[in-house]
Write a protein that binds this ligand. Structure first.
Ligand code: 1GP
Length: 257
């Protein structure tokens, strides 16, 4: 099947950096398993995506840790297309790669104890990404605290919430490895987001690396706290599924000048 043309193909990194030059950005995460299994219809997803695009979200992330098949990702990407924003894969494994998207967070789970999640999956994924023509965004994925399903499945050794110097050391390592993005992940549905002290410590050493923060952010003030601590990008997922209106408020809080 031929994929639909997208104006963002091959230009997502530039698009994100252009947006970042104007201020912090927001990424809306859609987990195919939660959306398709959670009673949202395709129409609901389209409507929510459109509303969040209007609120100012900058791009969609599509992915999850469990229950994700390539066809479910294809399906969700097609629902998001009409909203007119870049669609970036956020894969938990090889089944999270879809030819329909624009780009992929090429993740290495930096604090995993399992080489598969550090480099094994990446070696298997690389030829598929090339074949599909997806833009790879080199990203260090760093799991902090709760960790959720991503931490469990990825065999991470989550960094304790109260050790900001360890978070900073991982981000600095990511920078020296040449990563373009570092994603501090508290885990989807985390009871509390990454603490501002950890974000501040990471922001001090990140250099040119774009600092993405997600997990447990449900309220506008939590998003603002993360931005004030030095996050470049905020990800919200659970609030989009549970309370789309509130998700819009989080986006507006970040994008308000
Ligand atoms: C999970 O960081 C994302 O990978 C988003 O987390 O679902 O808690 O918003 P939430």
């Amino acid at each position: 099947m031929r994929r639909a043309a997208s104006e963002f193909r091959g230009r997502v990194h530039k698009y994100l950096q252009d947006r970042l030059s104007e201020g912090p950005i927001h990424l809306t995460l859609i987990d195919p398993d939660k959306v398709l299994g959670g009673g949202m219809t395709a129409g609901d997803v389209r409507e929510v995506a459109k509303a969040l695009a209007e609120a100012g979200t900058d791009a969609f992330l599509v992915g999850g840790s469990i229950g994700v098949s390539e066809s479910s990702v294809d399906h969700v990407v097609s629902m998001l297309r009409p909203a007119g924003l870049p669609i970036i894969l956020f894969p938990g494994n090889l089944t999270g790669i879809s030819r329909e998207a624009d780009a992929i967070l090429f993740l290495t789970l930096l604090n995993s104890d399992d080489p598969y999640f550090i480099v094994g999956a990446q070696v298997l994924a690389a030829p598929i990404i090339l074949r599909y023509g997806l833009e790879a965004l080199p990203t260090a994925y760093i799991i902090v605290g709760y960790g959720g399903a991503a931490g469990y499945v990825g065999r991470a050794r989550p960094i304790p919430y109260d050790r900001p110097e360890l978070v900073a050391a991982h981000v600095l390592a990511a920078r020296y490895m040449g990563m373009k993005y570092a994603y501090l992940e508290a885990g989807s549905g985390a009871p509390k987001p990454i603490p501002p002290e950890a974000i501040e410590a990471a922001a001090k050493v990140k250099g040119e690396v774009t600092l993405i923060v997600g997990g447990g952010i449900r309220r506008p003030e939590q998003a603002k706290e993360a931005i004030n601590a030095g996050a470049d990008a905020i990800v919200t997922g659970t609030v989009v599924e549970k309370d789309p209106m509130q998700a819009g408020e989080v986006v507006r809080a970040i994008k308000r000048k």
